[in-house]
Design a protein around this ligand. Structure first.
Ligand SMILES: Nc1ncnc2c1ncn2[C@@H]1O[C@H](COP(=O)(O)OP(=O)(O)O)[C@@H](O)[C@H]1O
Ligand SMILES: CC(=O)OP(=O)(O)O
Ligand SMILES: [Mg+2]
Length: 401
């Protein structure tokens, strides 16, 4: 029997998104999501292609239990992990440091390196590790492939990748800007070129990945030249629960004057800041509902979010010199028309205009939302990290077969 299937696991801090794909025709056989892992009630939604979705609520204490629940759901559709058609399991790994520039077959040394990077991705790498170890236990005979969020950003020039701090200190502790969501930035910049009918090498794109975590990137001819996340996924845009950019002296101030510990401030900036810190909600749908109802705090949170986004569009415009397209992606970027409209408002001087009618269209395909005669294309391009991970995973195991 031919081994052409790939299972992809995208483990976040409290969720697992997964897809089972047959790579002969890039067909999705099943997909799903386990949410609120570790909370009192977790939720699983499983959708076999061509069949009805199944939902299930219950206790999923950790990512090990989550993957076992996923395996059980797949088995009900005759797509269990024991299938001889499985070629590999592909894993999103958030932090790969400077070391991993390509998808990599996991061995003990790779696991040790992912573990060593936990201090700079404390919300993500532990979940990624558990996912890999559980998958190894379920199918020890299969290659487990790690696809790193950081890989696409390793082309950044030193001028963008270095912080302006003492070089010896930075190098001793590997302090530099790594960038994240790279699989999405790579996929979306390529899909944007395709939407424009041009080769990726000829196109300069600003990608705005706006999910719970959010980041911007400047992509010149298919290569990343700058991105908004740094040593960790905390730098840059305002996010659901993370602050993004601020004066680093805020931390010393909170320690010395506020009496807070490093761990308390870490939790504050990663989990109690951003939109949730500003207005108590991190879901953009709820924030827009409150804004429309005249809620002042939600309005201020929205305005701060947009102000930061606009600054990055301007910065990356300057970095690239010539911009062919601005692409919005991920949960907020793909769905929140008011965010797209506000982010681009007032940028006519840069050639950026959104057509209100096109922006209001709801669709899950890549599409332009700028007028036909616009100098710079503005696009909505749905990301598909799982498909991209599957493609890279399958290409690697095919090569090594
Ligand atoms: N219809 C919508 N309108 C506005 N925001 C939305 C909509 N659907 C989803 N979102 C936003 O997308 C976010 C999740 O995006 P997603 O890319 O799935 O994030 P992550 O992968 O980081 O979990 C939610 O927090 C929500 O704010
Ligand atoms: C790196 C990162 O922020 O990932 P996510 O958006 O999945 O939290
Ligand atoms: Mg995401």
């Amino acid at each position: 029997m031919s081994r052409t299937r790939v299972l992809v696991l995208n483990s976040g801090s409290s969720s697992v998104k997964y897809q089972l794909l047959d790579m002969r025709g890039s067909d999705r056989l099943a997909m799903g999501l386990v949410e609120r892992i570790g909370e009192e009630t977790s939720r699983l939604r499983h959708t076999p292609t061509g069949g009805l979705s199944r939902e299930w609520s219950g206790s999923v204490p950790d990512h090990d239990a989550a993957l076992k629940a996923v395996a059980a759901e797949l088995a009900k559709d005759g797509l269990g992990l024991d299938s001889p058609e499985l070629a590999a399991i592909g894993h999103r790994v958030v932090h790969g440091g400077k070391h991993f520039t390509e998808p990599t077959v996991v061995d003990d040394a790779v696991l040790a390196e992912i573990e060593r990077l936990i201090p700079v991705a404390p919300l993500h790498n532990p979940a990624n590790l558990t996912g890999i170890r559980t998958a190894q236990a379920l199918r020890p005979d299969l290659p487990q492939v790690a696809v790193f969020d950081t890989a696409f950003h390793t082309t950044m020039p030193e001028s963008a990748a270095r912080y302006a701090i003492d070089v010896e200190t930075a190098d001793a502790h590997r302090v530099r800007r790594y960038g994240f969501h790279g699989t999405s930035h790579a996929y979306v910049s390529r899909e944007t070129a395709r939407l424009l009918g041009r080769a990726p090498e000829d196109v300069n794109v600003i990608v705005l990945h706006l999910g719970n975590g959010a980041s911007a990137s400047a992509v010149r001819g298919g290569r990343c030249v700058d991105t908004s996340m740094g040593l960790t996924p905390l730098e840059g845009l305002v996010m659901g629960t993370r602050s993004g950019d601020m004066d680093p002296a805020v931390i010393f101030h909170l320690m010395r004057v506020g009496g807070m510990s490093a761990d308390e401030i870490d939790t504050l900036l990663n989990k109690r800041s951003g939109l949730i810190g500003l207005c108590g909600d991190n879901d953009m749908r709820e924030i827009r509902r409150r804004v429309d109802a005249g809620d002042e705090r939600a309005r201020l949170a929205f305005d701060i979010y947009i102000h930061r986004l606009k600054k990055y569009i301007g910065a990356y415009y300057a970095v690239l010199g010539r911009v062919d397209a601005v692409a919005f992606t991920a949960g907020v970027g793909e769905n929140a028309a008011p965010v797209r409209e506000a982010a681009v408002a007032g940028l006519e001087g840069l050639g950026l205009v959104v057509d209100a009618g096109l922006n209001a269209v709801r669709a899950d395909r890549a599409r332009l939302i700028s007028p036909a005669d616009a100098r710079v294309a503005v696009a909505v391009v749905p990301t598909d990290e799982e498909m991209e991970i599957a493609t890279q995973t399958y290409a690697l195991v095919e090569k090594e077969r």
